[in-house]
Every structure is written in C-alpha cells, then in structure tokens.
Design a protein around this ligand. Structure first.
Ligand SMILES: [Zn+2]
Length: 314
C-alpha cells in the first residue's frame, strides 16, 4: 500500500506542474515549484505568504466531504442531510475565499450548523466569527482554547493594529462528549500539548461512492516547548493511539512538520484523487500511514520529554 502510494507520488510530482494548473487553479505554481520540494511544503512553508497562490480550488474528497481551505491550512466541510459541519475556519485574508469555496462546492453557508475548532491558534480559528455570522453556526472548542481565543481577541493584532476578530465563546466540549447530526456521531477528545485545549474529533463517517470509512481530525500534535507540554503530548499521542479503526486522517495542515506526512499531504493526495481510475484505492483512505504517524508522534513526544528534562537539569 505504502509503496504504491509512493510510486504514485513520484509520478504525480513529475506531472504536478501540468496537473495543478487544472486541479488547483494556481498557474503560479509552475514557476515557483521546485522538483525537490513537495507541493504541500511549498504551500505551508516556502510560499506561505503568497495570498493569490494560496487560493487553491476547493475539491470534493468523499461523497460527503470537501476541502475548502487555502493551501497552507485545512478547512474541511462535512455534509449531512440535516446540515453541515466545518472543521476549522482559516484566517484573514482568506475568510471570504473560504465562504466562496463553500458556495462553489454547492453548499449554502447558511446550512452550516457547527464550526469545530481544532485549537486556539489564529490560522485555525481566525475565520470563525465571520463564518458564524454568515451561517448562524455554533462554534465548538475546548475550554482552555476558548481562553486562548479570548486572549488573542483582547491583544493588539499584527504590527500593533486592532485585535483580530474572534468568535464569542459558544459551545464548550470536553473529553468524551459527542455530537450527533444527520447520521454522524462525532466523538471529542482533549489532546493538549500543542495548545492547552487541542480538540480531536473521531467517529467522522465519510463515504466513497457509498462505502463508509472512519475519519479523524487530530487537532494538533507538535508541542511547542516546555516539559509539562511535552508530557501532555505523550499522553495525548497515547490517547490517539487508543482510537481504533481510523482509516482517513483529515490533516489540519497540508504539510506536517519535519519530512511531511508520509505518502503525501492533503494537496498531493488531492492530485492523486483527481487522476484516480475506476477500481483504484481512494488516496485518502490510508490507515497504515495513520498508524505509523501516531507511532512517530509518540516517539517524538517521548524524545521531547527527555530533551526537556535534560535542559531542566542543566
Ligand atoms: Zn497551531
């Protein structure tokens, strides 16, 4: 499975410059892309501030799931017969672009019932207030990260400008809570470390031509310094490892730290999906890579604890 995905990846990289113009609507890609760099990294890292470049075409990933974000940070739209759910909201200057993308895939923003925030960093929640206004959706986050969001909203913004618009505290969820809508029963976990209130959502059912698969949104894994945070990351990674049967990892960024998500990030898999032949496996259904990824996070967090302890012992 992994080998075949890698092979497709290599082939995709060669074709990417041609395909992308049609697939993601970014003709600038051909000029800026180097053969040695994965596409997702170009979006997340190298050209992270290139606003026009970031405006990738939204795409359908499953029967009931769309990618509607800019290139560097994910926004996932899950549709149900009783209303729709958005995972993360991106940030300015991309919020109108995200709302337009929702319309482009045929969904009325007013039909969004919930916006689930993975964690309290602006690139994930910065669009929530405006999208809530356009939809009357309830905004969901964990207590600790509602506090972070409120702090961000009370401090001057970039370059001393006004504070960014933040959503008002709305729904607070905690470990083990569930959310039922239109045949979905989502289950929430608190997986702190990256921030104090990272929210992981499991139990998302996506359909590929009618076949159901179990998807997860792991709300943020990489710790950002500190022994307590590293220790939290170990417990959180262990908690995610306990979640059984995950087949689809809905990554919150196109590019994951270090060497990227094995077998391709969101955008690479999006290209594979576009050229998928009848009978081919769905490129986002990849439980083996998810298992491997969780193990890597467990190892990485354990190593971080050791390093933090060494630092403290100095
Ligand atoms: Zn973050």
């Amino acid at each position: 499975m992994r080998t075949s995905i890698r092979t497709i990846m290599l082939a995709s990289t060669c074709l990417a410059a041609i395909l992308l113009i049609g697939n993601l609507g970014s003709p600038a890609f051909a000029a800026g892309q180097t053969a040695s760099e994965p596409l997702s990294k170009t979006y997340r890292v190298t050209r992270a501030n290139d606003v026009e470049f970031q405006k990738v075409e939204p795409f359908k990933v499953f029967d009931n799931l769309y990618y509607v974000g800019p290139g560097y940070v994910s926004v996932w739209l899950l549709t149900t017969p009783e209303g729709n759910i958005l995972f993360d909201s991106a940030q300015e200057p991309y919020v109108d672009f995200v709302i337009d993308n929702i319309r482009k895939v045929g969904v009325d923003p007013k039909s969004i019932k919930y916006i689930i925030l993975s964690h309290g960093h602006l690139d994930h929640f910065g669009g929530a207030a405006k999208i809530q206004e356009a939809s009357d959706a309830r905004v969901i986050a964990v207590e600790e990260d509602w506090k972070m969001i409120e702090q961000v909203g009370s401090r001057p913004g970039a370059a001393g400008g006004p504070p960014p618009r933040v959503p008002k505290r709305d729904m607070v969820v905690k470990e083990g809570d569930t959310l039922a809508l239109g045949g979905q029963t989502l289950k929430f976990h608190q997986t702190p470390g990256h921030t104090p209130g990272v929210l992981t959502t499991e139990g998302i059912t996506v359909y590929d031509r009618g076949t159901p698969y179990k998807a997860i949104v792991w709300g943020g894994a990489g710790y950002r310094g500190g022994l307590a945070e590293a220790e939290q990351s170990v417990r959180s990674a262990n908690k995610v490892a306990q979640i059984q049967g995950v087949q689809v990892n809905l990554q919150i960024h196109s590019w994951a730290e270090d060497s990227g998500y094995p077998g391709g990030g969101v955008l690479e898999r999006g290209i594979m999906l576009k050229s998928r032949k009848p009978g081919d496996p769905h490129p986002f259904v990849d439980p083996a890579t998810f298992t491997q990824w969780v193990k890597r996070a467990q190892d990485g967090a354990a190593k971080a604890v050791q390093e933090e302890k060494q630092k403290a012992g100095r």
